[in-house]
Design a protein. Structure first.
Length: 379
C-alpha cells in the first residue's frame, strides 16, 4: 500500500511551481495542480510531471483526494479554495497574505481549528540563515535586553509593471500584504511572537499601471512592460493599494523588561541610497543584518564598540535546504517542518493561520490611515 502523503497545488505560476518542488523534496507526492487558464496549467503539469491538471478546484479535490493542499495564488483568490479544502479535511499550506481581509482570514483560522486541520502560513523569510543567527544571538543575551528594532527597505520597483493582482486590494495586492507580512514575521521570530500595539501610515505613490495581456508568472511580469507608454491605444488600470508604508509596533520579549519598539519603513517605488537593512538593538550591543529580508552579512556591535562581521554558525548552515534562491529555500524549510508535523514528528513551532489571520487584521487597522493628529490649531 502507498501511504505517501499527497498534495494538490492551487496556482500554476512561480509560487505554485515552487511549492510543488518543495513538497516533492519533503517526500510528498504531488498528485495535481489547478490553475485559472487550462492551456497554462496543462503545460506546467506536463513540464513538471504532475499527473492531474485542471481549472476546477472542487473537482480536483474530489478527483485527487489529497492529504494536503498548497495555496500558491494571489491572496484575493485564497478564501474559497481554502474553505473547500478544510471541509474536505485537508491540511493547508498557504502563501501570504492569508486572504484580502481580517474577517475572512479569521473565519478560515477558526474553521481550521474546529476541524482540527493543520495549517502553515508562509511568511517564511524568518527562515533566512542570518535571521536565525540573529535569533540565536538575541536569545543568548549577546546584545543584552532587546530595546528596539529598525527595518528599512526601498525596492525601486518599476512603476510601469503591468496592472494585475499586486495593484488591487481585493486581489491581495499591496506592500503590506506582500512585504510587511514577511517583515513582521522576521521580527517576531527574533524578539517574541506577542504583538502589543501598532500604529501605521500608508501611501499610494503609483496611481495607475498599464493593462497588458499574457502575464501568467509574477517573476516575469517586468518583461511585459510596454515599450511605448504614450501609445494612445494603451489602457490603464487604477491602483487601490499602498506602495509605501511606515509602521510602528511594540512587541513583548521574554528577555526584556520593557516592550521592544519596532519601526518598519518601506518604500516600494523609492530608490535606496544606502543598503536596506534590519537592526536589533539591545542594552549591551546590536545586531545589524544587510539586506531587506536579512540576506546578510550579519554584524555584531559588542562591548568593544566596533562592528564585527560574524560567520554563520555551522548548525544553521547544516540545517538549510540545499536550494538556490531565498524564496524557494524558505518554502522548502517551512514545507519540511509542516510535513514532519503532519507525520507526528517533533518540530519547532511555525506560523499557522493564527498568525495569518492576526496579520490580516493588523493590515486592516494600518490601512485605515486614521492615526494622524491635526495640529493646525496649535500654530
Amino acid at each position: 500500500m502507498n501511504d505517501k502523503l499527497k498534495v494538490l497545488i492551487s496556482g500554476s505560476g512561480f509560487a505554485g511551481q515552487g511549492h510543488a518542488v518543495a513538497f516533492r523534496a519533503a517526500g510528498v507526492e504531488v498528485v495535481g495542480i489547478v490553475g485559472r487558464t487550462a492551456s497554462v496549467v496543462n503545460e506546467v503539469a506536463n513540464k513538471m510531471g504532475i499527473p492531474y491538471s485542471g481549472t476546477d478546484w472542487e473537482q480536483a479535490l474530489i478527483d485527487c483526494q489529497p492529504d494536503i493542499v498548497s495555496i500558491a495564488t494571489p491572496g484575493g483568490a485564497h478564501y474559497e479554495p481554502i474553505k473547500q479544502a478544510i471541509h474536505f479535511g485537508c491540511h493547508v499550506f498557504s502563501d501570504k497574505p492569508l486572504t484580502d481581509s481580517g474577517n475572512s482570514a479569521s473565519e478560515l483560522y477558526e474553521l481550521s481549528e474546529q476541524r482540527k486541520i493543520k495549517t502553515a502560513f508562509a511568511s517564511s523569510f524568518r527562515y533566512m540563515p542570518c535571521i536565525q543567527h540573529a535569533k540565536q544571538l538575541v536569545a543568548e543575551g549577546v546584545i543584552g535586553e532587546p530595546t528596539e528594532v529598525e527595518c528599512i527597505s526601498h525596492f525601486n520597483l518599476e512603476r510601469d509593471i503591468p496592472f494585475g493582482w499586486s495593484h488591487r486590494k481585493e486581489d491581495g495586492g499591496g506592500r503590506l500584504n506582500n512585504n510587511f507580512t514577511h517583515m513582521m514575521s522576521i521580527v517576531t521570530s527574533v524578539i517574541g511572537e506577542k504583538i502589543l500595539s501598532i500604529i501605521g501610515e500608508v501611501r499610494d505613490d503609483l496611481g495607475k499601471a498599464p493593462i497588458v495581456e499574457g502575464v501568467h508568472n509574477f517573476k516575469t511580469r517586468r518583461d511585459f512592460i510596454p515599450k511605448d507608454l504614450n501609445d494612445p491605444s494603451l489602457k490603464w488600470g487604477e491602483s487601490n493599494v499602498e506602495w509605501s508604508y511606515t509602521v510602528l509596533a511594540q512587541l513583548e520579549s521574554p528577555i526584556a523588561t520593557k516592550p521592544v519598539s519596532v519601526m518598519f519603513k518601506h518604500g516600494g517605488l523609492n530608490p535606496k541610497f544606502q543598503e536596506n537593512h534590519i537592526v536589533f538593538y539591545g542594552t549591551k550591543g546590536a545586531v545589524y543584518i544587510e539586506g531587506h529580508y536579512g540576506m546578510g552579512p550579519l554584524y555584531l556591535w559588542d562591548q568593544n564598540k566596533t562592528w564585527q562581521e560574524l560567520p554563520l554558525p555551522q548548525n544553521i548552515v547544516d540545517n538549510q535546504p540545499n536550494i538556490e534562491g531565498d524564496t524557494e529555500r524558505n518554502w522548502h524549510y517551512l514545507v519540511r517542518e509542516f510535513v514532519k508535523d503532519i507525520k507526528g514528528e517533533k518540530v519547532e513551532p511555525y506560523q499557522t493561520f493564527k498568525e495569518g489571520s492576526l496579520y490580516q487584521k493588523l493590515i486592516d487597522l494600518i490601512r485605515k490611515n486614521n492615526n494622524w493628529t491635526d495640529v493646525r490649531h496649535l500654530q
